[in-house]
Each structure stands twice: as structure tokens, then as C-alpha cells.
Design a protein around this ligand. Structure first.
Ligand SMILES: Cc1ncc(C[n+]2csc(CCOP(=O)(O)OP(=O)(O)O)c2C)c(N)n1
Ligand SMILES: [Mg+2]
Length: 603
């Protein structure tokens, strides 16, 4: 046996140069998993994030020795949750699915929260799993019995678009084509394909006849009738105070420009959402005010309350926003909703949210409808009525006490300066007012499913997709979020995926301290106890060592505001030179920005 090739030393090396296999002898027998691997090659997906397991040792061998570990190239992950999160992050940037592979039922159990995040985020991911042989006579004793389940897909069926367990290589090929097609057809989402170990490992007589994968994945045109477009245009033309609520969007600049043109022509107020990626310039004169991760607060509420027409562009929680503002009575304003999300709703998961009052539904992806709407309204998608707002000089508050979240973000923004940067993750206490978005890649949205631990993996996947684009990926993670997805860092280091992590480190699962305080207040019990079972102190966790232990650079801990600038500048410089940097910023656990809104009588 020859020794595995060591990863190249240069930090600038390409991921493709890492883990090169010795060439396998040409010719030889063909196996079921070779057919599956060939299909993955036909799908033209560059990466497969995985954690290995014997249930797919056949496929693993085919990926390495039949395909030569390229297209798809393996990205080894230290936890299945990170493998799927990386694929989610990649999809958030590219709009395209990546592959993830997980080992039998146990790997799928580890992966399940990340699959749920991708589902709620409507992101395409093709997840491959495996099972011991369904033919019990072929099962190895013990281990293949515990790793075989009657209906493994049932574990994730409530939050995947589709799943399958094909029984032959030909059926597996069809399942992969169908799955990849479904995953990337709007509304998008993850799919799960479970590959029988026996089927993978059995020899096959001959390869399947070649096929043109694209013909089996026809693009699905999403649109609505001309009458529906006209009806929407008429309502919008007659509106005196329209408001446009921007939800799920792609990272396309063309779609961004079309949205801006629509808003400017209608002179509409715009409200955006921190759950979803940047969809509109947030310092535009028509942007009503900073976005929230929960329901809107402040100026956006006033804009929505005053509106006579509300146009929702695939907002995640239209009904929740409306009830938070108008209470139980539906708003008097006419509501137009452009969304095809209802096509995905199922009986297991309630991520579909409450049912909104809608006067006109255009059942399509808004980005497929807006160009037609612009046409009917006679709007040039490129014309601008509003000049870009000149940014005011950035003043970073210099308090002497504990660092606040605003201090952190403003100092970070100042250090980033004019560089194009992508926020790949935001901590819960982020204040949107501190960081304007000017491009769809300035912010790629939240984890989707509220599953803590998604931030690191999503950031690594996004950074992988952004590598070479000239954009600086920045994952701002809560300490709790970062710790749960910690080992994504190793994958970034190993595959030379430069990015900056900033830990908003309040040494606590602080979001829940706020909840305990609220309960204590409601029950007249000591609020002073809210920290118990929440704080990560004694010992405080040393994030710089967690970074260094995985080959990344650790900066900090930064405890004084005056040290933020120099630390961020050094970390950014290192990332620009190809490193993965983790900056530990000890921040004040601030309640003001975290309190969730009261709803339906519950605080
Ligand atoms: C997997 C998972 N576990 C627990 C929770 C409940 N939860 C929501 S926010 C939060 C705190 C997260 O801590 P951190 O990332 O440090 O953010 P902070 O609230 O401190 O800003 C927790 C535990 C969750 N949403 N997901
Ligand atoms: Mg925290």
C-alpha cells in the first residue's frame, strides 16, 4: 500500500489538488455503484460532502477508483450535520444543489437537523444515504442488521421533497436524475436517495446505455396567466401607498434590478426580512427601515399599517407579520401574494406558517413573474429613478465597557471597508441597521429552520461557492451556534476554503436566558437565576484554541472595543492570503435586541 498523499502545503491550493487517488487499473469488472457514480458524473455536480460508512463503501470506492475523485470531489466532513449544512450554504450562493452522503440510519439521524434547515430554507440538496441489504440473507451479522431499517426515508420524509430506495443500478440512475431535478425545481428543497449496500456492491454485466442527463431534468417554466399579471398590475397602478414585502429571492443581480425597478416605479415602501437573503438595497430611500429576524418592528410596521396595497414576494411568514401588526382582524389593504410555496406544504411540518388573507395569488416564483409585470406596467427593468444613497461616514461607538453587538458589527464593517463581502451567517443579536446590503450576495439569509449549529457549515459551503469570486465570506456566529457546528472549520482548512468567522461570544445560549427571564417574571420567581443551564463559563471556552486545533488561525479573545479594528484587519488580511480565521469577540449579553415579540397572548 502506498501512503495517502499529504495535502499540499500552500494555503492557496485548489480543493481539486487535494486527495488525489492513484489511478486504478483500467478495465476490470463493473459494479452497481460504478453505474451510480457515473450518474453522479452525468449530473455535473462538483462536490459531495460526506462522512464515510460501510453502508456505502461500494459507492465510496466507485467515487475514488472509478471516477478518480473528481466531479464530484469528496469533501470530508467530521459530522453529517455539517456535510448537509455545507451543501445548503453552497446552494444559498449558487442556487444549485450539491451532493451530501451519509451513512445508513445513523448518519441520516445526525444529518436530519441540517436537512430540516435546508427544507425550511427551500434550498436544493441531493442527499445520498445507504442501508444494509434489504435481502436479509445477504446481511453481515450484527452491524448490517442494526444499520438496516424497513423505511429509512421515513426519518426525513416530513422535510424532504421526495425520497426513494431504488432496487437496481438502473432504478438508482433514474432516482438520481429525478431527485436532482426535483430538488432544483421551484419551490426547491432537499431530496433523499437511499442506496442498498448489496445493490451497490453487486457486479453488473455491462454499463447502462449512456444518456443525456439534461433531457431528464427539463427546466420547469414557472409563470402565471397574462390575465393574472394584468389584474396585479391594475391593483398596483391604482395603489396610493403600496408596500412590498420581500421574502425569498435568488442571488441573481438581474432579478434584483427588476425588483428595484418595480419598487421605484410604484414608489412603494419596501420591507425586507433577515430570515432570507438580501433582496433589496437596504439604504434605498424606499426601504422602510431595518429588517428583523422575527416580525417587523419600528418604521416597517408604520409602512405596512399605512399601506392600501400589500404585495408579498414569497415572504416566509406573511400571516405572522400581518397578525403582529393588525391583530386578529385582517388588514383592510388589498393583499397580493406572489409565491408557489403552497405547492410544498405537507402534513408533517408546520413551517408553512399561518394562513394569510390574500386577495390575489400569483402562484409562481416572483422572479419568474416580475419581468412580465414590468412589461405590463411599461417599466424598463434597468431604469433608475433614485440615486444611490451616499453612505455616511462610519462611526464606531467606543464605549469603555463590554463590547456590544453594534460595536462588533460596525468595527467589522469598517475593517472590511470597500471590499465586496458576503455575510454567510448572522448571530441572533445582529442589528440590521449596522450593515447595509447593496448586492444579492451581501447576505445569503439565515439557517432556515432555526436549527442552531447550521451557521458554521453553511458558511463553509458558501465560502466554497464564493472562492475565487473576490468576495470575502464572513460568518458571524453566536458562540452556541459555532460550537455546535465547530468541526466545519476543519473541512474548510483541509480543502483550502478561505473565510472569516467572527464569534459573537456572549458565553451563553443567551436567547434562552431571555425566555427564562420572561417565565420568571410571569411566575414571580427570581429572574437572577436565568443564567443557570445557559452559560458557558467556568471554564470559558477558548475559541482561538478550537480554531488552531483544526489548523485555522485564532484571533482574540477581543475584550476591549479599541482592539477590534486591528484584530479584524489582521484576520481579513490572513483570509485574503488564503487562511481560515476565527476571531473570538467577547460581547455583552444584551437583552434589548433579542426579545422576541409578543403574540397571541404569549410573550
Ligand atoms: C438545535 C437547537 N437547539 C436548541 C435551540 C434553542 N435555541 C435557540 S437560540 C439558542 C441560543 C443560541 O446560542 P448562541 O448561538 O450563542 O446565540 P445567542 O442567543 O447567545 O446570541 C438556543 C439554544 C435551537 N433553536 N436549535
Ligand atoms: Mg451566545
Amino acid at each position: 500500500m502506498s501512503k495517502p498523499q499529504a495535502p499540499p502545503k500552500s494555503a492557496k491550493a485548489n480543493a481539486a489538488a487535494i486527495e488525489r487517488p492513484l489511478p486504478a487499473r483500467p478495465g476490470g469488472k463493473l459494479f452497481g455503484s460504478d453505474v451510480i457514480a457515473q450518474t453522479l458524473r452525468d449530473l455535473d455536480i462538483p462536490y459531495i460532502a460526506l462522512n464515510p460508512g460501510a453502508s456505502y463503501r461500494g459507492l465510496h470506492d466507485s467515487l475514488v477508483n472509478y471516477l478518480g475523485n473528481e466531479r464530484p470531489q469528496m469533501l470530508l466532513c467530521l459530522h453529517e450535520e455539517n456535510a448537509v449544512a455545507i451543501a445548503q450554504g453552497y446552494a444559498k450562493v449558487t442556487g444549485k444543489p450539491m451532493l451530501a452522503a451519509v451513512h445508513s440510519n445513523v448518519g441520516l439521524m445526525h444529518a436530519s437537523m441540517a436537512i430540516f434547515n435546508a427544507w425550511c430554507d427551500r434550498m436544493p440538496v441531493v442527499i445520498l444515504g445507504a442501508t444494509g441489504p434489504m435481502d436479509a440473507a445477504k446481511r453481515r451479522p450484527w452491524i448490517e442488521w442494526i444499520h438496516t431499517a424497513r423505511d429509512q426515508g421515513a426519518l426525513v420524509r416530513g422535510f424532504t421533497k421526495w425520497d426513494d430506495q431504488p432496487s437496481s443500478p438502473a432504478a438508482a440512475r433514474e432516482a438520481l436524475l429525478r431527485g436532482a431535478w426535483m430538488a432544483q425545481t421551484a419551490p426547491m428543497g432537499p431530496v433523499y436517495i437511499n442506496l442498498d449496500a448489496e445493490m451497490q456492491e453487486a457486479p453488473v454485466e455491462a454499463p447502462l446505455p449512456p444518456l443525456d442527463a439534461k433531457r431528464y431534468m427539463p427546466p420547469v417554466a414557472s409563470g402565471v396567466s397574462v390575465e393574472a399579471i394584468r389584474a396585479a398590475a391594475n391593483i398596483l397602478k391604482a395603489a396610493k401607498r403600496p408596500v412590498i414585502l420581500i421574502g425569498r429571492t435568488s442571488r441573481s443581480t438581474q432579478a434584483w434590478d427588476a425588483r428595484v425597478a418595480l419598487v421605484e416605479r410604484l414608489n412603494a415602501q419596501v420591507v425586507t426580512d433577515l430570515k432570507t437573503g438580501a433582496g433589496f438595497p437596504t439604504d434605498h430611500l424606499l426601504h422602510a427601515g431595518p429588517a428583523s429576524i422575527q416580525v417587523p418592528v419600528g418604521e416597517p410596521v408604520k409602512a405596512i399599517r399605512a399601506a392600501d396595497v400589500i404585495l408579498s414576494l414569497d415572504l416566509t411568514d406573511l400571516a405572522g407579520w400581518l397578525t403582529s401588526i393588525f391583530g386578529a382582524e385582517a388588514p383592510k389593504a388589498k393583499v397580493i401574494n406572489i409565491s408557489a410555496d403552497h405547492l410544498l406544504h405537507n402534513g408533517w411540518s408546520m413551517d408553512y406558517q399561518a394562513l394569510p388573507p390574500v386577495d390575489l395569488l400569483l402562484s409562481a416564483d416572483p422572479e419568474a413573474v416580475i419581468p412580465a409585470l414590468l412589461q405590463v406596467l411599461g417599466i424598463d427593468a434597468k431604469a433608475r429613478k433614485f440615486a444611490a444613497v451616499k453612505p455616511a461616514a462610519l462611526a464606531v461607538p467606543q464605549g469603555k465597557g463590554e463590547i456590544t453587538m453594534d460595536q462588533l458589527s460596525l468595527a467589522l464593517r469598517k475593517a472590511v471597508g470597500e471590499r465586496p463581502a458576503s455575510l454567510t451567517s448572522l448571530s441572533l443579536s445582529w442589528n440590521a441597521a449596522t450593515w447595509p446590503f447593496h448586492h444579492p450576495l451581501d447576505y445569503i439569509g439565515s439557517n432556515g429552520g432555526g436549527g442552531v449549529g447550521g451557521g458554521p457549515g453553511i458558511s463553509v459551503g458558501a465560502a466554497l461557492a464564493l472562492k475565487g469570486s473576490g468576495r470575502l465570506p464572513i460568518g458571524v456566529c453566536g458562540d452556541g451556534d459555532f460550537l455546535m457546528g465547530l468541526t466545519s472549520v476543519w473541512t474548510a482548512v483541509h480543502y483550502r476554503i478561505p473565510l472569516l468567522f467572527v464569534i459573537a461570544n456572549n458565553r451563553s445560549f443567551f436567547n434562552d436566558e431571555v425566555h427564562q427571564e420572561r417565565v420568571a417574571n410571569m411566575r414571580d420567581r427570581p429572574v437572577e437565576n436565568r443564567w443557570i443551564g445557559m452559560r458557558m463559563s467556568d471554564p470559558e471556552i477558548d475559541f482561538t484554541q478550537l480554531a488552531r486545533g483544526q489548523g485555522a488561525l485564532g484571533f482574540g479573545p477581543v475584550t476591549k472595543g479599541e482592539n477590534l479594528a486591528v484584530t479584524f484587519e489582521a484576520a481579513i488580511k490572513a483570509v485574503e492570503q488564503g487562511s481560515i480565521a476565527v476571531v473570538d469577540v467577547r460581547i455583552k449579553a444584551a437583552k434589548e435586541t433579542l426579545a422576541p415579540p409578543a403574540r397571541h397572548g404569549r410573550a
